[in-house]
Design a protein around this ligand. Structure first.
Ligand code: GLP
Length: 241
């Protein structure tokens, strides 16, 4: 695992965007695995800037996203489709037909998950997967558990995650309690993984996930077994390692 220390959130965002940008330049038809959450927002802002400066071309890029809330429509401002469109897709020249998220409006979970796995398979596989890190060590929405899930599945969200995400919704009741997420097997199949982490509140989980035992209780710990992981974090996030 490669640890790249950034001085602050801005620096972390620029460094992460540079790594994604290099991937796009070296392989213009890359399949990018994308993530939501507050941490990658600055990374996307920098990618947009690089596009506007003429340094990046998204014309042939394909994207697949880690997860999506079950039950939210694409125009719901809390859906992850809305997030991706708001922070990245509509600002760059990516073809909307090449942007893929699990269909949150599909009530049949087996169907939604199988369809999404099929889409990932058809892309030929993810070249670079961007990840954030949950406070409980989740990646995508792979919550602490007794097992690692393999393929995309429907998850019932952890109490901690629902509470953490409540800030984006009007009330606790409004937060979706289920989501479709890539499984650990799907994430681990990416050729390269890039993790972004920021803030003191992530420092303990970074230590546990990347320097502790590999366990499904801390789902991100499995990344210790991936051959190509880069973690870009700011000083506060790296303060315990
Ligand atoms: C969310 C997302 C994750 C994200 C995580 C951390 O629930 N499903 O993909 O990495 O929480 O979010 P944040 O970056 O806001 O701390």
């Amino acid at each position: 695992m490669r640890f790249i220390k950034a001085s602050n959130y801005e620096d972390m965002s620029r460094k992460a965007a540079n790594i994604i940008g290099a991937q796009i330049i070296l392989k213009p038809d890359s399949v990018l695995g994308l993530a939501t959450g507050s941490t990658p927002i600055g990374t996307y802002a920098n990618l947009v800037k690089d596009y506007e400066n003429g340094d990046l071309d998204f014309a042939k890029i394909i994207s697949v996203n880690l997860d999506e809330y079950k039950g939210l429509t694409r125009d719901n401002d809390q859906s992850y489709y809305y997030f991706m469109n708001h922070h990245l897709f509509r600002h760059v020249n990516i073809d909307a037909n090449n942007t893929h998220l699990a269909d949150g409006t599909e009530a049949d979970a087996d169907k939604a998950c199988a369809q999404f796995e099929q889409i990932i398979k058809a892309t030929g596989g993810v070249d670079l997967q961007l990840l954030g890190l949950g406070h409980n060590g989740h990646i995508g929405f792979n919550e602490p558990s007794d097992v690692f899930m393999d393929k995309t599945f429907c998850v019932t969200l952890d109490e901690m995650t629902i509470k953490a995400n409540q800030r984006f919704f009007a009330s606790y009741e409004d937060v979706p309690k289920q989501a479709y997420t890539m499984g650990i097997g799907t994430i681990m199949a990416a050729k390269k993984i890039l993790i972004v982490v920021s803030g003191e509140d992530k420092s303990s989980i970074i230590k546990e996930a990347f320097f502790g035992s590999v366990t499904p209780k801390v789902q991100a710990s499995i990344l210790q077994f991936h051959p190509d992981v880069t973690i870009v974090g700011d000083e506060a996030a790296f303060s315990k390692i």
